[in-house]
Ligand binder design. Structure first.
Ligand code: ATP
Length: 237
């Protein structure tokens, strides 16, 4: 129980209505200001874990504290601290970039702040696109807008669910830089991935999730020393 943990996950289990047990008693602490990569193969439970932490799905057991607020009992206070970029790139096709991002701020009950929206758009190299409609954007630009949207209400914590799935190499590098800039600005970043290279490239700490259990949490450098890239890659296949 370090005082500097911004998220505490305690004994989290999830059994879906189908009877499938997607999480089996997960404990996890996320430190303020770190980049944490949740690494695991398809179906390991990454999206389920993120969805519960963000209060979108109820756990079957256990609890989540976000900056000290219980995500279920104190949902509004907890949720205000969180920005989420989901795996699916959904948006209103005919909304402009500016409206997409600034509207999201309103959803969190925050007073409009054009200067903040401008800062976010500039930091993601979206300023020139502010009047473009979402439908006209490339996949990479759209991803950037969805990050901007998640940052519109000034959350302390940003979740990125598989930010580079199906993305080409150049855009992947681009996303990595965006994430590093975010950390430099003080945001805690939690991302899921099944690319070991991505976790290695970006994370301060890595948690390996497999079959509903977090089997390992380690400083990146220590993990790479202990396991070596080959063994970890094999483990995840
Ligand atoms: P991916 O990398 O494919 O996104 P993931 O690690 O995010 O995988 P989850 O999406 O959390 O994994 O899914 C974990 C397991 O739970 C999978 O076996 C999935 O089929 C199952 N699952 C997810 N949602 C439901 C649901 N609503 N009902 C039943 N089972 C589900």
């Amino acid at each position: 129980e370090t005082t500097d943990s911004v998220i505490a996950v305690q004994g989290l289990s999830k059994r879906y209505a189908s009877g499938f047990e997607a999480l089996k008693g997960v404990d996890l602490e996320i430190r303020r200001g770190e980049i944490f990569a949740l690494l695991g193969p398809n179906g390991a439970g990454k999206t389920t874990l993120i969805s519960i932490i963000c209060g979108l799905v109820n756990a079957s057991a256990g609890r989540v504290l976000v900056d000290g607020h219980d995500i279920v009992e104190d949902y509004r206070a907890a949720r205000r601290q969180i920005g989420l970029v989901p795996q699916e790139l959904t948006s209103d096709a005919f909304a402009t970039v500016w409206n997409t991002v600034s509207f999201s701020r309103g959803l969190f009950g925050k007073r409009s702040d054009p200067a903040h929206i401008e800062r976010v758009l500039r930091s993601l190299s979206l300023w020139d696109k502010r009047r473009s409609k979402m439908i006209t954007l490339s996949g990479g630009m759209k991803r950037r807008v969805l990050i901007a949207k998640a940052l519109a209400h000034e959350p302390q914590i940003l979740f990125l669910d598989e930010p580079t799935a199906g993305v080409d190499v150049a855009l992947r590098r681009d996303m990595w830089n965006v994430v590093r800039d975010l950390r430099a600005s003080g945001v805690t970043v939690i991302l899921t991935t099944h690319y070991i290279e991505e976790a290695e490239e970006m994370a301060d700490r890595i948690g390996v999730i497999n079959d509903g259990d977090i089997v390992l949490v380690e400083e990146k450098a220590a993990l790479m020393r202990q396991l070596g890239r080959k063994r970890l890659t094999l483990h995840l296949q």
